[in-house]
Design a binder for this molecule. Sequence first.
Ligand code: ADP
Length: 448
Amino acid sequence: MFEKILIANRGEIALRVIRAAREMGIKTVAVHSTADVDAMHVRMADESVCIGPPPGTESYLSIPAIIAACEITGAQAVHPGYGFLSENATFVQALEDHEITFIGPSAAHIRIMGDKITAKDTMKKLGVPCVPGSDGGVPDLETARKVCEGIGYPVIIKATAGGGGKGMKLAQTADDLEMAFKTARSEGKVNFGNDEVYIEKYLGKPRHIEVQVFGDGKGTAVHLGERDCSLQRRHQKVFEEAPGPVITPELRDQIGKVCADAVAGIDYIGAGTIEFLYEDGEFFFIEMNTRLQVEHPVTEAIFGVDLVREQIRVAEGLPMSFTQDELELHGHAIEIRINAEKLPNFSPCPGKITQYHAPGGLGVRVDSALYDGYSIPPYYDSLIGKLIVHGRDRPEALARLNRALGELIVDGIDTTVPLFSALLEETAIHTGDYDIHWLERWLDDNMG
Ligand code: ADP
């Protein structure tokens, strides 16, 4: 049993991990930059270590600083949260070399899924349905033309090392191909140091459906249904829900089993998310995230399980605390992301919180590191909190979201909260009838 773990992250996700550890009787170590001395995760942890100056590259991304913090405090394991070092195979290897446990998958699995071509190839072999496209990397424009003639336009050119929406270019017709191909390559090179690209058929009106999987590293894995994250801006999720409004129990069981079997087949350990585009009743794999996702609380709400607790358990070599048959889905949950951003442009808006009040009551969860008087530093991600609601069904969850938004007060800075109040006025939000492009169009029409 771990006695002490270190959390290599900040903000709401660091609190999330501290809470799970505390319930398990495990001591926690927070790490922080000099900009985060007064951050909530530092106050809430049992111990804290300053690991460097404000820029993430010199603190939260510094592998030597984090390993030194483990050694100083005697932390036996590290939870990476999401972002930062959570999908960094070099970090996992470095921890292993120092006999510190990484609470997450193996370096090998992170490497496989971190390279999109290898990930797609692996998933295809494991029986997971993929978007039609090139067989692996496309070396030059001439090959690209041939591939596109085969699959038909429009197509999307993707950098194999890409992420966060970078290194992805759309070609509507053959005339756009050269430009899209070159841009995707150079974005891959500049942002990720790898210019290899591959090609996929561009789906016109898909939903984003992702399946939560969990493995024990010993060949057993389960799925915890899907999340629908179709409401996106610039490929970034803003509103997530579970279960998916258009997914039937039969479809859930079917795709869930395919995903659980796939990760069991590679002895995957810990939490993972297999992302799909879903169109006309068909699933198409796009990528796998080998970490806890920002939107994991909606899955926790409907299944009544603590995913971080499970991550810690399997990292210790313990079995998962549930089997597939024991997992029962109840009701409907929705999460909205509260970002310190100014509408309509979503420009970052750090600053001092003059007043903060979190909503409460039945079926309301707030994961946030905010407090009265806190100054949001300008150096990090703009996500400052998540509001998660759970109801017996989707209409009840939406009504609860509306009620909870009315109670929430974040004064002193601009946030994305008004966006959600406006969205709740829209019929499409209530019918659940939208695809991944709906929000962009709505923003153009309503906030452009
Ligand atoms: P990233 O790693 O940058 O997040 P993904 O491959 O997960 O890239 O794709 C991000 C988003 O881009 C998807 O959620 C979807 O909105 C869009 N997208 C990706 N592939 C396709 C495709 N083949 N057709 C249409 N849209 C796509």
